[in-house]
Design a protein around this ligand. Sequence first.
Ligand code: LLP
Length: 418
Amino acid sequence: MDHFSLVDGQLFAEQVPLARIAEEVGTPVYVYSRATLERHADVFREGLAGVARKHLAFAVKSNPNLAVLKVLAGRGYGADVVSGGELDRALAAGIAAQDIVFSGVGKTEAEMRHALSLDIGQFNIESEEECQMLAAVAASMGLTARASLRINPDVDAGTHAKISTGKADNKFGVGLHVGPGIYQRLSALPGIALRGVAVHIGSQLLSLDPLEAAFGKIGELVAHLRSEGHVITHVDLGGGLGVPYQAATEPPSPADYGALVARVTRDWDATIQFEPGRVIAGNAGVLLTRVIRVKPGIRDPFVVVDAAMNDLARPALYDAWHDFEAVHPDGTRMMANIVGPVCESGDTFAMGRDIDTVSAGDLAIFRTAGAYGATMASSYNSRGIVAEVLVDGDRYAVVANRISPAEIMAAETVPAWL
Ligand code: LLP
């Protein structure tokens, strides 16, 4: 459920007409709904009511906007970060260092040192090599890093290949069979306190089966590690729950997911950690755009909007579907291709789509753009970086200014010798 709906024939974000935001802030612009973010955060937590000891860390990569992070911090969420930049954002939004988990295959020594100096909650380490480096860096600082070992359970998540992370040939984690050896070799190292295991098999999962398969393997590994004398207090089950980009898609509900987790982890006697991103932020944001013109095509017309692949990369990267709706629908429909102004054919949001009739100057939204939307924007084609707005009831604020092409150009220099 979200708070973007038609009232008296026009689309609102909570109680704010989207047309007003377009008028005052310009387009394209991402619009987030605070009430939707909070609702999703609460529903996800309630779904996990059957899990006794848990820790929720929002996957910052899905929407790192400071205001969004602040809203989620207010709902008791920590942060799952994958870079020093995300770590600093989480802290700036008021998330306690202890509630931050640092994931990712390529943490640098500098990032480790930075995170250690802040005393973050946990590092999720993805290789023996990384573990050795972390232990050495921490020991050199006279500190001990709390860490979990990310396991690659070799499970097919049944999602798009580019967002699948738990197959053996993906770069993430270490194989199940090598986990015990790493624990044996490294758990006694000074500078590191290996205390758990982590798993994340992919994103936009539409079935619980691969998660159940992965969690089952993790449960066996935890038992095995304990039988070898290791103390396992934490298990991180990652994120991954899908959202309905189309009405026909029915991802498992947070309640179904929570029931599975409660059943599978019942005897684990550990704090269970979660890293949800999309399921919290996805439907809490739309990309508001204006139709520049409609030009004829061989079959269907091309609706050229002022948002492009540089603003919302998901369709170009993952063939993703985002519902398209007019802000002032007149009740009629048209078949159209929806494209942006960027000069490559990949800049296509939809082909042969049945949409609300729109014409030049009309406003429209791409739905379910709150996760992996603005954060993946670029300035390709020397376009600006898209603005972001947060709505709260009948008020809104610009929470990320548009960065103009001139500002981007100002960061460049031409050497005097040219
Ligand atoms: N934890 C880890 C270790 C992850 O790698 C991810 C996502 C998450 C948690 C959050 O997953 P979520 O709950 O959002 O599914 N840009 C792509 C998605 C990339 C996901 C990367 N990892 C997209 O637009 O679909």
